[in-house]
Ligand binder design. Structure first.
Ligand code: ZN
Length: 278
């Protein structure tokens, strides 16, 4: 069933769990994510990042995401990941998404705040939830500079008060993509922001963080974890093995099933940790 992000995350916050947010860039990915959630009977966030428009456009994938969300036996929020303009957020809302992320984290604080507030006003008026980002979760090839790695808890408090966002992505040492070395996480930042804002917090750059660090972050207030890179790689690796085993007669449809199953297993392993099962 299709639900809003706000409801999902408030529930997770009360239970001291996190809900996994997975990017459904292909039909196989979407089936893997929904399949894993149904097998566990867990809520899930199915999301599309603006940067994945190069793989498939939002308007092309949205009907598929919404179809699987509506038919699922578990609550599913359909979310725009890293929207960079007002227009893009409105497009996602018009397409039927129940939640949008507006990411102006690279802009100056006051500009990020004002622009986010404008989107919150528009989104809330039609019952859509909003995630914003303060402090900058870097991409793997980018040097964020020491000062810019972590979100300032005092600024987070002001940002949440003045924008009215439903959840906030915070920077405490994770990066997007594959880690070349173990990340240096500062979980006291999460604790402070959670205490000051009281809203569910979001971890970006979830692939490659150790199980222990996930659990500690969830205990401190992380309620949504963005996870994609490892899931995507699991699908790719399964496809490669399938090609090797297939010899001369390689069936493409069977290859997609092998990739789907591998991604589903990877998502299930992540969900087990996010749900604090182990
Ligand atoms: Zn992100």
């Amino acid at each position: 069933m299709l639900v809003t992000l706000k409801g999902l995350l408030e529930d997770a916050k009360n239970k001291k769990q996190a809900v996994g947010a997975f990017n459904g860039t292909t039909l196989e990915g979407i089936r893997a994510i929904i399949g894993a959630a149904e097998e566990f009977q867990r809520p899930v966030i199915l999301q599309h990042a603006q940067s994945h428009d190069t793989i498939i456009d939002l308007n092309e994938i949205a009907p598929l995401m919404l179809h699987y969300a509506r038919s699922a036996s578990v609550p599913v929020a359909v979310h725009l990941d890293h929207g960079s303009t007002f227009k893009r957020c409105m497009e996602a809302i018009r397409a039927g998404f129940t939640s949008v992320m507006y990411d102006a984290s690279a802009k100056p604080f006051e500009q990020n705040l004002m622009e986010t507030a404008e989107i919150v006003k528009a989104a809330h008026s039609v019952g859509v939830s909003v995630e914003a980002e303060l402090g900058h979760v870097a991409n793997i090839n980018e040097d964020p500079g020491e000062d810019n790695i972590y979100t300032d808890p005092a600024l987070a408090e002001e940002f949440v008060k003045r924008t009215g966002v439903d959840c906030l992505a915070v920077a405490f040492g994770t990066v997007h993509g594959l880690y070349v070395k173990q990340p240096r996480l500062d979980l006291s930042i999460v604790t402070q922001i959670s205490e000051k804002t009281g809203i569910p917090l979001v971890m970006h750059g979830g692939s490659g963080v150790s199980g222990d660090n996930y659990r500690r972050a969830i205990k401190e207030g992380i309620c949504k974890i963005n996870y994609y890179t490892y899931m995507n790689t699991a699908g790719g690796n399964a496809a490669r093995s399938f090609v090797k085993q297939s010899g001369e007669h390689l069936a493409y449809d069977c290859l997609t099933l092998a990739a789907t199953e591998a991604m589903k297993q990877d998502v299930m392993a992540a969900m087990r940790i996010f749900g604090m099962d182990e």
